[in-house]
Design a protein around this ligand. Structure first.
Ligand SMILES: NC(=O)c1ccc[n+]([C@@H]2O[C@H](COP(=O)([O-])OP(=O)(O)OC[C@H]3O[C@@H](n4cnc5c(N)ncnc54)[C@H](OP(=O)(O)O)[C@@H]3O)[C@@H](O)[C@H]2O)c1
Length: 244
């Protein structure tokens, strides 16, 4: 199967690997980001680079006006910052993360959703973090939990138009985003494996893609614990230092 795909956050990590793998599979790929040098790198791989900040709706609307209909739209651009509550609730950090991960996804939907018709698919990259409240993840976790709801609602509202919606919830993946983490990351997977899991799931038309399996089961199990029990376990993680 091949077609036309636009991927946000394609200059690094998961999005970059997806862009390369879709291109190698014969797809026409538009890869988006802000970093000019890395966008040029995509171009040398046969990917059409699109430069914009996803927090800028006007820039995305202008780009969308130049594009043909798409078969697949992958909204992947995002960032992660952890909160140090000992220093007080950091409202600016909270706003930054919510803006990049959630509000900007809304701007991207406004610009690019009109390019999807019957038979096309929208994919939103959330995270496995929303299965379990994790220490220091107030902003990141809240932004991703909101994306889960957004995708689930869009799936209902777009079904009548023949547009499928897939929610992607990766565990830890080796990328520049996780390279800066200073805590153990259980079941960390290479970015190539993440890309394969996502592409397979999208080809199969899955409503949700989550991986790696053993990590997801662990999160779901812990997430099903009574709140008081998780409070004790989670708090002991905090006292030991960093979390996943
Ligand atoms: N890695 C993991 O373990 C993991 C786990 C769960 C979920 N995720 C999610 O997967 C997605 C990709 O993460 P990653 O690990 O691949 O991170 P990454 O290597 O840091 O890549 C992030 C990408 O997002 C783009 N981006 C960030 N802010 C942007 C903005 N304001 N405007 C336009 N582009 C922007 C960056 O492009 P420029 O710098 O060129 O702008 C870059 O291409 C994120 O949504 C992340 O939350 C990652």
């Amino acid at each position: 199967m091949s077609g036309r795909v636009l991927i946000t956050g394609a200059t690094s990590g998961i999005g970059r690997q997806l862009a390369l793998d879709y291109r190698r599979s014969g797809w026409q790929v538009w890869g988006c980001g802000r970093d000019e040098e890395r966008l040029l790198g995509l171009e040398s791989e046969g990917i059409t680079p699109l430069q914009f900040d996803t927090r800028n709706p006007a820039a995305m609307n202008a780009v969308a006006g130049t594009l043909p209909a798409l078969d697949l739209l992958i909204l992947n651009a995002g960032n992660c910052e952890y909160m140090e509550l000992a220093e007080g609730f950091d409202g600016a950090l909270f706003a930054r993360v919510i803006e990049t991960n959630l509000i900007a996804t809304g701007h991207a939907l406004a610009a690019f959703l009109p390019l999807l018709g019957a038979g096309a698919r929208l994919a939103i990259v959330s995270s496995s973090v929303s299965w379990l409240p994790l220490p220091r993840a107030e902003a990141y976790g809240a932004s991703k939990a909101a994306l889960d709801y957004l995708a689930d609602t869009l799936r209902l509202d777009l079904a009548g138009r023949g547009i499928g919606v897939t929610l992607i919830r990766p565990g830890f993946v080796e990328t520049p985003l996780t390279a800066k983490n200073d805590f153990p990351m259980p079941c960390l997977v290479p970015v190539e494996e993440a890309s394969r899991a996502i592409m397979d799931g999208l080809t199969a038309g899955h409503h949700q893609i989550h991986f790696p399996r053993r990590f997801i089961w662990l999160l779901r199990l812990l997430g099903a614990l009574p709140v008081g029990l998780w409070l004790r376990l989670g708090s002991s993680l905090v006292s030991k230092g960093r979390h996943s």
